[in-house]
Design a protein around this ligand. Sequence first.
Ligand SMILES: [Zn+2]
Length: 203
Amino acid sequence: MLNPAAWRILNLQSGERVQWLKAMPCDCYDPTANYDAQRSCTNCDHGWVYRDQGEQRALVAEQRRHILNPELGWVQFSELKLTTLEGMRIGTGDKVVLLDRTALARERLHRGADTLPHLYPVEVLVVADGSTVYAAGSDYRVNLTTRAVTWVTAGPDNVYAVEYTYRPEYWFMGDDLRPQRPAGLGDGQTPQRGTLSLDPPSG
Ligand SMILES: [Zn+2]
């Protein structure tokens, strides 16, 4: 039987910080009228509104497994598994941002739409177009909170490239295991465990 107190200690020792964004269906779709305004809705992302639930601690571990591919035979792939601490009632389609990790992005931005696409940028490393590498401070400035690049000099005419690090975002794809249930003595619940994906759940 799982001991919630022992589990909590394990999680605090080996877990990491994650930002939890809960996904709720947007009101731009009315099921009684069958009216779907998603395309023109500015409040949501493909019908979902993400609400920040704050920082949590969770166990994020890589799991390798083999799947049988009809053409390639047995192939190995790895996926990230998230295991929650009690109290974080995570659901399919929620987003988690791994606050203790960084990933590297190289993306194009357009003058006039100078916002870094990833939600939690950490550091901008290079800003350049085909002919020029621009200097931080004297050519451009970055506000990491608003994710905006603002230009001090004339800068690039049109499209330019940005290399930056960010906290990686994942979607929670749902529970692997049985639903949460009371664990042992006391009022604890068993942890939830599921797969993290870089792509949103379909449907
Ligand atoms: Zn909407």
